[in-house]
Design a protein around this ligand. Structure first.
Ligand code: SF4
Ligand code: SF4
Ligand code: SF4
Length: 781
């Protein structure tokens, strides 16, 4: 037993003539050793401890740089032109600079999840105490925190145990950021190794945040069939007072629901949300509605429907106060990371703060979630009757009148990240036809760059929303609320078919809504793989986008497919921090199904996952630095990630070269012999241009060296089928994935055999694959 930071709390202490009330003494904390599993080789790894593992991956998957910016201006010796092999004044070259920027992005992402986890945990410790027991799935989950066990090396039992984990995470992030300072790291591959470290740390922080909130707020606990929540613009009942919550840190939203309940107001006030706070509020209460992903922010604020907007942190528009001000909606900021310039009213009487907001105050900063609950509800109740006239979009006459001002300068289209043809739609709108404007909204990410660019100050995004008003009001979908972790029994059931390749893969749709062609593509991709009996997993904005398409019977993907982690299941794990359960499921396959030691045994588990678990992450609308950090956490586990067209702006890909045979050799753990295992998986990070390109790529990246012949034949069937659908022929590289004749799908035997002959194909062995010499059981002399 180790003693550190013991905290003693005494409500009242009488001694002699003195009475002490609310005495709190902090001496340290007691950490108890509960876990018998021996500590593995890398407990709490520092940034170089897994460098050799990273090198193995980076030798296979070399960075291909796509400089988004070819100068560096990070210090005052610059700016330095790094083009044509030039070096900056500090000696840095272009490749190191690109990797450094990726590292910075990942550190920002990891720091954001970590600060969120810390803030959330402090609130929960305050409310529920250090000894509140972690429970993410009752008796169905024995491995409650796979990443924490794997990386940090403890089995956390209580909320208090998580504090130490965050201490470690914060130390590592500080060290990583310091490596980006001028005159520190100069080697691109070492930067890349640090990128992986930042990703691993990020996953740890996400796990801490989610297991803490699941336990304390009683979110669904690994339930394969959690209840449904309503999603969509039209699901919000605008006839009631409406509170909109935006962001990622849910305690203020929880306190709003608590206040509503305690005051008999449930059902009388509408609570709705955007982004991950919406996911988490819906995990907490059936009364919370989800408006939509990040890109729905502006259209919903401008609709005037919310009577009060409560923002916490992350992915919130910086101009929320300005936009809300245009429709007279007050904003309550609740988080020190996002004060919006508002006066701090944390210490003021909630009644008084609500009165100020009702009387026309633009907003308030309130850092106490309990007070936020009271102020938000009172403000919404007081303001709703006064704001009736703001709860409408502009009328059609206004749209036509304003469209007539358009001078066809094309500035809006040039500014639009999706190159939408707004000028054409404006010509039509000026003639009274709004269909063109309405059609653009499906492809719009709600950035409002068009509005900013327009010299006539036409409120383009608002008019697009007006043109789509009917469709928006009918936007009502069902989404299964975030279930959190995957049960141990589910892992036991699918472990074998996944590792043998008979379940062809796990495809995780994650990330933001920065789509080039609209969110419908995510729904279509998810459906394609669910139909083919892959396991489809989703989180964050992607999980919402998947729900926003219905079939002819009006059902969403969540209503048509089961929610269990099994072939053909569509699993919504929850908000961004719930991504930890996706990595956690892969880790649990190695530990629960394959019985590999988990504790502080990162390399071995990652080696197992990389060679055997056919998982692929798809972040089709990846936008944020958090998305970069999440992706890099998957990379270190050897799991490939694909991003959509805007993902090119992450500056580099990690690509395998399928023609370099030596790159694809693995050890056969049975003999120690090096065996060519084919380019499986071929890439670690790939930015794709279109849905058509990505479908066969997903199927291809699910192949692993360990696939049995039956498993490989199933995976090849999907790859070839999807490839043919896009390109109209069998893939040119099919010979690299066929190891023995038994790998060839029966229905395609003749066609593939003649192709293999043309390529001079020869049979290869199927190894018991590993990249780690220490895992070889018997060596060949
Ligand atoms: S950090 Fe190096 S490359 Fe960047 S501006 Fe300074 S001297 Fe130039
Ligand atoms: S708001 Fe929509 S239409 Fe306007 S620039 Fe952004 S993506 Fe393009
Ligand atoms: S920027 Fe404004 S004026 Fe120019 S084409 Fe676009 S809508 Fe018309």
């Amino acid at each position: 037993m180790v003693s550190k930071h013991v905290k003693v709390k005494v409500d009242e202490l009488k001694a002699g003539s003195a009475v002490l009330k609310n005495l709190e003494i902090s001496l340290g904390r007691i950490l108890e050793e509960y876990w018998e599993e021996p500590v593995g080789p890398t407990p709490q790894p520092e940034m170089t401890d897994l460098r050799e593992w990273d090198k193995k991956l980076l030798e296979k998957y070399r960075p291909l740089y796509m400089p988004f910016c070819d100068v560096c201006c990070l210090c005052t010796m610059g700016k330095c032109d790094l083009t044509k092999n030039k070096r900056g004044a500090c000696g840095l070259d272009m490749s190191a600079q690109q990797s450094r920027i990726v590292l910075l992005a990942c550190c920002i992402g990891a720091a954001t999840h970590t600060a969120h986890a810390r803030h959330l945990l402090e609130h929960l410790l305050d409310r529920y105490g250090r000894r509140h027991v972690l429970d993410v799935g009752g008796v169905n989950i024995e491995v409650e925190a796979p990443i924490t066990r794997l990386v940090y090396g403890i089995r956390p039992r209580t909320l208090g145990d998580l504090e130490d984990v965050l201490d470690y995470v914060e130390k590592e992030i500080t060290a990583l950021i310091s490596a980006t300072h001028t005159g520190q790291e100069g080697n691109n591959m070492d930067f890349e190794s640090k990128v992986f470290h930042a990703g691993m740390i990020d996953h740890l922080a996400m796990e801490v945040a989610d297991i803490a909130q699941i336990s304390a707020f009683n979110f669904p606990k690994a339930d394969p069939e959690p209840r449904f929540a309503e999603l969509g613009f039209g699901s919000v009942d605008a006839s009631k007072p409406v509170i909109l919550v935006i962001g990622h840190n849910v305690p203020p939203a929880i306190e709003i629901t608590r206040y509503l309940k305690e005051n008999g107001l449930e059902g009388k006030v509408e609570l709705c949300g955007l982004c991950c706070t919406a996911h988490d509020a819906s995990r907490h209460t059936h009364n919370a509605k989800i408006v939509g992903p990040l890109s729905w922010q502006l259209r919903f604020i401008r609709s005037g429907v919310p009577d009060v907007i409560v923002v916490d942190e992350q992915c919130i528009r910086a101009d929320t106060l300005i936009e809300a001000g245009k429709v007279k909606t007050p904003v309550i900021a609740t988080n020190g990371k996002n004060c919006q310039g508002l006066p701090d009213r944390t210490m003021d009487d909630p009644e008084e703060v609500a009165r100020t907001l009702i009387e026309g105050g633009v907003g308030a900063l309130i850092l106490d979630p309990v007070k936020v609950g009271e102020v938000a509800v009172k403000t919404a109740l007081g303001l709703a009757p006064r704001r009736e006239r703001f709860k409408v979009m502009p009328d059609v006459e206004e749209v036509v009148r304003e469209a007539k001002k358009c001078r066809q300068c094309n500035e809006c289209m040039r500014a639009c990240p999706n190159n939408l043809n707004i000028p054409k739609a404006m010509v039509e709108a000026a003639a009274g036809k709004l269909e063109g404007l309405a059609g653009l909204l499906d492809y719009c990410i709600g950035c409002a760059r068009c509005d900013s660019a327009c010299p006539e100050r036409i409120s383009i995004h608002t008019y697009m929303a007006k043109a789509s008003e009917k469709a928006l009001k009918e936007e009502r979908f069902k989404i299964r609320v975030g279930r959190g972790a995957i049960q141990d029994v589910e892992i036991r059931n699918v472990g074998s078919p996944i590792v043998l390749g008979e379940i062809p893969g796990v495809v995780a749709f994650v990330g933001c809504s920065n789509y080039a062609e609209g969110g419908r593509e995510v729904a279509e991709m998810a459906e394609e793989f669910a139909k083919r009996k892959y396991i489809v997993v989703a989180s964050g904005c992607a999980a919402m986008s998947m729900a926003m398409t219905r079939d002819e019977e009006g059902k969403t993907i969540y209503e048509r497919y089961p929610g269990d982690f099994d072939a053909g299941g569509v699993v919504n794990v929850g908000s961004c921090v719930s991504n930890a359960h996706i990595a956690g499921a892969a880790i649990k396959i190695a530990s629960i199904f394959a019985k590999r030691k988990l504790r502080a045994n990162y390399e071995e588990i990652a080696d197992y996952i990389h060679n055997r678990v056919g998982a692929v992450g798809v972040a089709w609308g990846a936008m944020s630095q958090k998305a970069a950090a999440i992706a890099s956490g998957f990379w270190r586990l050897g799991i490939p990630v694909i991003v959509g067209p805007h993902g090119f702006k992450y500056r580099r890909m990690l690509l395998g070269d399928k023609d370099l045979k030596g790159h694809w050799e693995v050890y056969d753990a049975r003999t120690g012999k090096k065996v060519y295992a084919g380019p499986t998986p071929e890439h670690l990070f790939y930015a794709a241009e279109s849905k058509e390109e990505v479908l066969p790529l997903i199927a291809k990246l699910c192949m692993r060296p360990n696939d049995t012949t039956k498993g490989r034949a199933i995976k090849l069937t999907h790859y070839i089928d999807l490839y043919k659908r896009t390109y109209g022929r069998i893939p040119e590289d099919i010979h690299l994935f066929v190891r023995t004749e038994a790998d060839i799908p029966i229905t395609m035997k003749d066609e593939i055999k003649s192709f293999l002959e043309e390529k001079g194909w020869v049979e290869t062995e199927i190894p018991d694959p590993t990249l780690l010499p220490r895992l070889i059981r018997r060596r060949v002399e």
